[in-house]
Design a protein. Structure first.
Lengths: 538, 320
C-alpha cells in the first residue's frame, strides 16, 4: 500500500512539475519609468491578432492598423476618394511611362536615420522583385523600376502607360526602412517580428511590446511632423484583442478599452448611440456590395435574364432592414456617389419590379409553369463569415421567387467561398469590397478579360477599349468622361449589380476626443493622424 | 501482467495514436477547399503570383512527398515555419499553449472538486429534494452553450457588478505578485464557464455509479457489521464508484480542449484554441498541424495517465 502511494505521489509530482514548466510566467518588469503626468494611454479593441508585422505582406485588419502606425504611406485619402499628401508632398508624371514622387525632408525613422527617397525606391523595387502576398504587389502590374534621383525625389519607370498607378502605389504601399529590411533575403519572407532588436518605424507610434493573443503596445514617437504640434498626444496606444464582437462592446462599455477599431455591426449602431459614455462616429464607405452574374452560364449570358434578376431585388428593403438605413444607393453603378468627381447621377438604380422581371424572362424565351415559375435555377454563393451579405442573400432569394426565378443559396465558410469564386464555381456571386478608390484600377480588375475580380467573365470590346483609354488618359476631365461611358455600359448590360455603399460606424468612449475620421474601415478613426491627435476630454 | 509491461503497452498505443492523429490531420487539411495562397492573397493578386506562393509553401510537391518531408521534419523535432507569420511553428504554439493548459486544468480541477461531492450528495439523498435539484443542475449544465453562458457571465460580473475583468489573461501593466493576482482574476470567468458545461456529466455519472455501489453486497455487509454510514459512503462505496469518473476525466479532457476554443474566443483568452481558429481562417497548414499534434499529445498523455491511475485503483485492469 505504501509503495502504491509512493508511485501515485511521484506521478502527481511529475504532472505538477510538467504543468508548472508549461505554466504562464510573469513578464519582466519594464525598465522604463512610469509615463509622465498627462501622458495618457489610448486603448483600442480589435478582433484579431497581428498575423504579420511586415506591412508588405500583412493581410488582416489588425496587421494594417498596427503597421500603419509605423510605416508611412506616400498618400492618404479624403472623403471623396481623392488622394492627399502623407509622406509625399507632390506626385505626377514626367511623361507617359515615367512617374515621380517628391517626399518630405523632415521625417526620421525611430532609430534616427532619415526617411529618404532611397527608402521609397528600394521598397518598391523589393516588392516588385519578391512578390509578397499583400495588396501592394498587386498594384505593380505596370511598374518597371524606381530610382531615387535625389534625397527627396523618386522617379518610377512604367512598363506601359498607366495614369492611375502613381496614386495607387502611393496610397496602397507602405514605405519600409531599407537599412532594416534589406538584411532579409526576401521581403516576402521577412517576418519583421522585432526579434532583431525591436521595430524601426517612421509613424507616430512604434511597437514596443507584444503579448500574443492579448495586446500590442506602441509608444509615442516624440518627433512626428505630420501631426499638429509635431508630437502625438497619447503617450501610448495599446491594441487589445477581443475576438468576439460582443465582448469587445462590453469592454468599451465597462471602460476597459477607449475605442473599437472594427466597424460596428449595423444592428448595434443605434443601441450604442444611445449608450451613456459612448460616442459613435460615422465614416464614409469607399467600397460597395454587389452581385455578379456568371456569364459562362448560358442562361445568364442572356442580357434579359440578367436584367430580370436585377429587377427582382428589393434594394430599399435590403438597405432599410439589413443595413438599418446605413447604406446609400450607387444608382446600380460602379462609380459610387462617394467618388464625387466620377459619379454620374443619370444612371439610376434598377427598379424593383417583379412584373417587369417576368416580362424580361418571357422576352428571353422562357415560359412559366402553372405555378408561375420559370425553368431556371441559379446558385448564389456568399461567405457565412459576412453576416450582412448572409442576411440580404435570403431577401434576394425571396424576391426572385416572386418573379418566378429560383435562387439556391449556398453560404459557405470563407475559404470555400474564395475557392468557388476563384474557380468560377457559381451562378451568382454575392460579396463586397472595402475600398474601390480608383475607377480605372477597379474597372481593369473587374471588367477586363482575365481581371482578378472579373466574376462576371465579361469580355465586351467596347468596354475593354474604354478601360484601356482611361488607363492612359492623364487629363482628369477626359478620364472622367471615359469612365462614365464605361460605367453606363456596365450598368445597362448588368455586367455587375452594385447594390450599395455602406457607411461605417465606429464607437469610442466620450472621455476621448480629437479623432480625425478618414473613409473606410482601414482608416476610420484609427488612422495615424487620428490616433496622434486623440486626447482625453478635460 | 507485470506493471512495466502494462506501462510499455500503453506507451506503444500512445505513439501509434499520435502517428494516426498526425496522418489524419495532414490529409484532412489538404482536403479542405481552397488553398493557403488563395486564403492570404489580396484580390488583385495574379494567378502566377498565387502559384509562386504555393511553391514557396512547398505545396506544389506531390502529396506523398509532402507527407514524407513532414514526418522527417517531425522526427527531428521541427514543426516547420508558419505560412503567414514566417516564424517557427513551435514559437507560435509555445506562446499560447501555457494559457490553454492553465485554463483547461483549472476547469478540470474545479469540475471534479464540485462535481464529485455534488454527485455523492445526490446519491446519498436519493429521491430527496437535494437529489432532484442536483439532477436539474446536471442536466441544465449539459445543455449550456459556451458563448451564451460566457457573455452572460461577462455582462453580470464584468459590466454590471464590475467584480471581474472583461477579456484577456492578465492586465498588461501588472508585474510581479500583482501579475499573478491579475492572472487569477482573469481566469475565473472562463474557467467557471468551462466548468459549468462539464459539471453535469460528472455529477450524473458520480450519482448513478455511487447508487449502484451502494446497492452492492459489501455495502450491505458493512452496514450489518455496524459501520457508520458516512464511513461506508466515503471509504468503501465512493472508491469503487470513482472508477468510471476517473475514465470520464480522461475522456472529457478532449472535450475540454474543444470547449476551450469557444471559451477562449468569448473571453479573449490568448490560448491555443484561438490560435487554431485564426490558423484555420488563413489555412496556415504548419500551425494547424503543429497545434493538433500538441493537442493530440496532451490528450493521449492524459488518457495514458488515466489508464495507469486506473490500474492502480483497480488491480483487475493490470491483469486483463
Amino acid at each position: 500500500m505504501r509503495k502504491r502511494s509512493l508511485v501515485i505521489a511521484t506521478l502527481a509530482a511529475s504532472v505538477a512539475l510538467t504543468l508548472s514548466a508549461c505554466a504562464p510566467s510573469a513578464p519582466p518588469e519594464a525598465s522604463s519609468s512610469a509615463a509622465a503626468a498627462g501622458n495618457d494611454t489610448l486603448t483600442i479593441a480589435t478582433t484579431t491578432d497581428v498575423v504579420n508585422y511586415n506591412p508588405l505582406i500583412g493581410n488582416s485588419r489588425s496587421d494594417y492598423w498596427i503597421t500603419n502606425l509605423m510605416y508611412p504611406h506616400l498618400m492618404s485619402i479624403d472623403d471623396t476618394g481623392k488622394k492627399t499628401p502623407e509622406l509625399a508632398t507632390e506626385w505626377g508624371y514626367v511623361d507617359d511611362t515615367t512617374g515621380y514622387y517628391v517626399i518630405r525632408d523632415d521625417m526620421k525613422w525611430s532609430d534616427g536615420e532619415p526617411v529618404t527617397a532611397e527608402d521609397v525606391a528600394w521598397t518598391m523595387n523589393a516588392v516588385k522583385k519578391d512578390a509578397p502576398s499583400g495588396t501592394f504587389y498587386g498594384q505593380l502590374a505596370n511598374f518597371d523600376s524606381a530610382t531615387a534621383v535625389s534625397d527627396t525625389r523618386v522617379e518610377v519607370k512604367l512598363s506601359k502607360p498607366d495614369s492611375s498607378i502613381i496614386e495607387e502605389i502611393g496610397f496602397w504601399g507602405n514605405v519600409v526602412p531599407k537599412h532594416v529590411f534589406e538584411k532579409a533575403a526576401s521581403v516576402a519572407e521577412f517576418p519583421n517580428d522585432g526579434s532583431d532588436g525591436g521595430w524601426v518605424g517612421a509613424g507616430p507610434f512604434t511597437l514596443t511590446k507584444v503579448q500574443v493573443g492579448q495586446s500590442y503596445e506602441l509608444d509615442r514617437v516624440e518627433d512626428y511632423p505630420l501631426v499638429d504640434g509635431g508630437t502625438p498626444i497619447p503617450a501610448k496606444v495599446v491594441y487589445r484583442v477581443f475576438p468576439d464582437v460582443n465582448t469587445e462592446i462590453l469592454a468599451l462599455q465597462s471602460g476597459e478599452v477607449d475605442a473599437i477599431a472594427n466597424a460596428l455591426p449595423p444592428a448595434q449602431v443605434d443601441q450604442l448611440k444611445n449608450s451613456p459614455g459612448i460616442t459613435v462616429e460615422e465614416v464614409t464607405g469607399l467600397g460597395y456590395a454587389h452581385m455578379t452574374y456568371n456569364m459562362q452560364n448560358p442562361d445568364l449570358a442572356k442580357l434579359e435574364v440578367r436584367q430580370a434578376l436585377a429587377h427582382a431585388v428589393d434594394y430599399d428593403a435590403i438597405r432599410t432592414v439589413v443595413l438599418q438605413d446605413q447604406a446609400v444607393s450607387t444608382g446600380s453603378s460602379p462609380l459610387m456617389p462617394v467618388l464625387s468627381d466620377y459619379y454620374d447621377d443619370s444612371l439610376t438604380e434598377y427598379e424593383f419590379d417583379t412584373d417587369k422581371a417576368r416580362e424580361l424572362m418571357e422576352k428571353a424565351g422562357y415560359t412559366a409553369d402553372a405555378n408561375g415559375n420559370f425553368p431556371v435555377s441559379f446558385r448564389l454563393i456568399y461567405s457565412l463569415q459576412d453576416s450582412v451579405t448572409s442576411q440580404w442573400a435570403q431577401l434576394v432569394k425571396d424576391s426572385a421567387a416572386e418573379a418566378g426565378i429560383t435562387i439556391e443559396l449556398q453560404g459557405t465558410e470563407r475559404n470555400t467561398y474564395l475557392a468557388q469564386t476563384n474557380k468560377g464555381d457559381f451562378d451568382i456571386y454575392a460579396g463586397n469590397f472595402a475600398i474601390m478608390d480608383d475607377p480605372v484600377t477597379n474597372f481593369t480588375l473587374a471588367y477586363l478579360p482575365g481581371g482578378a475580380i472579373n466574376y462576371t467573365y465579361v469580355d465586351d470590346p467596347q468596354l475593354n477599349d474604354l478601360i484601356a483609354q482611361g488607363a492612359v488618359t492623364s487629363d482628369q476631365d477626359e478620364k472622367i468622361d471615359i469612365m462614365r461611358q464605361a460605367a453606363k455600359i456596365v450598368h445597362d448590360n448588368v455586367y455587375d449589380n452594385i447594390m450599395y455603399t455602406q457607411n461605417l460606424f465606429f464607437a469610442h468612449s466620450d472621455k476621448w476626443d480629437g479623432f480625425i475620421t478618414q473613409p473606410s474601415e482601414l482608416l476610420s478613426i484609427v488612422n495615424p493622424e487620428s490616433l496622434a491627435s486623440a486626447h482625453k476630454v478635460q | 501482467m507485470p506493471r512495466s509491461s502494462f506501462i510499455l503497452r500503453r506507451l506503444g498505443r500512445a505513439v501509434f495514436t499520435i502517428w494516426f492523429a498526425v496522418t489524419v490531420t495532414f490529409l484532412l487539411l489538404r482536403l479542405l477547399p481552397g488553398d493557403p495562397a488563395l486564403a492570404v492573397a489580396s484580390p488583385n493578386m495574379t494567378d502566377d503570383a498565387r502559384a509562386a506562393l504555393l511553391t514557396q509553401y512547398g505545396l506544389d510537391k506531390p502529396l506523398i512527398v509532402q507527407y514524407g518531408l513532414y514526418l522527417i521534419q517531425l522526427v527531428q523535432g521541427n514543426f516547420g515555419v508558419s505560412f503567414t507569420q514566417s516564424i517557427p511553428v513551435m514559437d507560435v504554439l509555445l506562446q499560447r499553449l501555457p494559457w490553454t493548459l492553465l485554463l483547461t486544468v483549472s476547469a478540470l480541477v474545479l469540475t471534479t472538486a464540485i462535481g464529485i461531492p455534488l454527485g455523492v450528495l445526490a446519491a446519498s439523498k436519493r429521491g430527496g429534494f437535494l437529489d432532484k435539484l442536483v439532477q436539474v443542475i446536471g442536466v441544465t449544465g449539459q445543455s449550456i452553450f459556451v458563448p451564451s453562458i460566457g457573455v452572460l457571465l461577462l455582462f453580470v460580473f464584468g459590466l454590471t457588478l464590475r467584480w471581474l475583468p472583461i477579456g484577456g489573461a492578465y492586465d498588461t501593466d501588472a508585474y510581479g505578485a500583482a501579475w499573478y493576482g491579475s492572472v487569477a482574476s482573469h481566469l475565473i470567468l472562463p474557467a467557471v464557464s468551462l466548468m459549468l458545461i462539464q459539471l453535469g456529466s460528472y455529477v450524473l455519472t458520480m450519482r448513478s455509479t455511487l447508487i449502484d455501489a451502494l446497492g452492492e453486497d459489501y455495502v450491505t455487509l458493512a452496514k450489518a457489521n455496524g459501520l457508520p454510514y458516512r464511513r461506508i459512503l466515503w471509504k468503501h462505496a465512493l472508491r469503487n464508484a470513482l472508477l468510471p469518473t476517473t475514465t470520464l476525466i480522461g475522456l472529457q479532457l478532449g472535450f475540454l480542449v474543444g470547449g476551450a476554443v469557444l471559451t477562449e474566443t468569448v473571453f479573449a483568452y490568448p490560448g491555443i484554441g484561438r490560435g487554431i481558429y485564426e490558423a484555420v481562417t488563413q489555412l496556415d497548414f504548419p500551425v494547424l498541424q503543429g497545434a493538433f499534434l500538441l493537442l493530440a499529445i496532451t490528450v493521449v498523455l492524459a488518457n495514458m495517465l488515466t489508464d495507469i491511475v486506473y490500474g492502480f485503483l483497480d488491480p483487475r485492469v493490470k491483469t486483463s
